[in-house]
Design a protein around this ligand. Sequence first.
Ligand code: CO8
Length: 379
Amino acid sequence: MQETHVALTAKMTGRPVISATGLFTPPESITNEELVASFNAFVDRHNAAHPDAEPLAYSSVEFIEKASGIKARHVMSKAPILDPEIMCPRLPERANDEISVMAEIGVAAAKQALERAGRRPEDVDAVLCAASNMQRAYPAMAIEIQQALGIEGFGFDMNVACSSATFGIQTAADYVRAGNARSVLVVSPEITSGHLNWRDRDSHFIFGDVATAVLVEDAAIAPAQHWEILGTKLKTVFSNNIRNNFGFLNRAHPESAGSADKLFVQEGRKVFKEVVPMVAQMIIDEAGRLGIDPASLRRLWLHQANAGMNRLIAQRVLGHEASEDESPTVLDTYGNTSSAGSIIAFHQHNEELAAGDTGLICSFGAGYSAGTVFVRKVG
Ligand code: CO8
């Protein structure tokens, strides 16, 4: 700790780095087999209760794994999700003087990042809570996380769906570049199970819950081993192909408040077809701008939505089919965790790389939105 404190008096460089990351994984997990058994029980009940309607079709374990690469997902509230009478998470309401659920799991991930960097909370300048869904309108989740950790300075929330974390990293990096902060926590608590329609055969298998944290700092105060941020790039293009109409104005139309479009809906095929070329080109262009040969990238930590999408993007970027070592996947055990996916992949698969190795953290998703963070290992 003493060493860190001394380092904090150093002259700032304005060069942002990733000092450490943290991960909170909910203890409960649902396998495809459990999920499909529950879904099919719901289908049986629904069809028996609506004999004159078009019958609903079964889901299948084989389809899920083949179409997505997902084998299981962690969740915050397993039993009610699997109960065919309920099929959504049921998290007990908490009083205002208790920490909220999103803040709690965000704090758990953030504490791990701080501990790994040897950083004291009082030496952090800002907290960004960057996630697909916020538990409430205000006060900001980031401010509650800031308070729970004992951080001075400021915090705010940002939502760019699956790209929230990379947009958060660029925002934090820009604070460091401008000299407005030395140390910024980007926290992504993703409780996606709350906005997933567990009764929708096309998407009921996609998402999982998790929280990640990324500590972005000025190189002058970073621990000896860190990842230099070589460049960041963000892109958004409006699309209705991934959409969720839940919002505070829905209460004006109570008759539609429970309709399916108030949960996650998508045109999965269109997303696949449109996003793969957009993201591959963005990575190649940005690598060119930074003077990096895309084929030389040691590792790609890609957004974890679909194994096929990642295979195609990695192939276009590297010029050959990527190995698991070049483009690791966490989809099989975590599912799609929205903005946290590429950060989990980075968190779990960066330590064995050598000093000087260059890699890419990349997100893509609703908006459309995409973000690239090129990094090089130091120390
Ligand atoms: N079991 C068995 N069969 C099925 C099932 C199922 N569960 N679902 C569909 N099928 C059938 C269909 O009926 C269809 O049959 P047919 O050919 O006879 O019509 C066949 O399987 C093929 O269906 P699809 O075309 O839908 O299947 P795909 O091969 O396209 O795979 C995927 C579906 C996996 C969804 C794929 O399209 C995909 O991954 N696309 C990309 C999606 C993506 O990346 N989305 C990003 C969204 S995430 C994001 O931005 C964050 C949003 C915020 C998150 C918040 C919270 C919840």
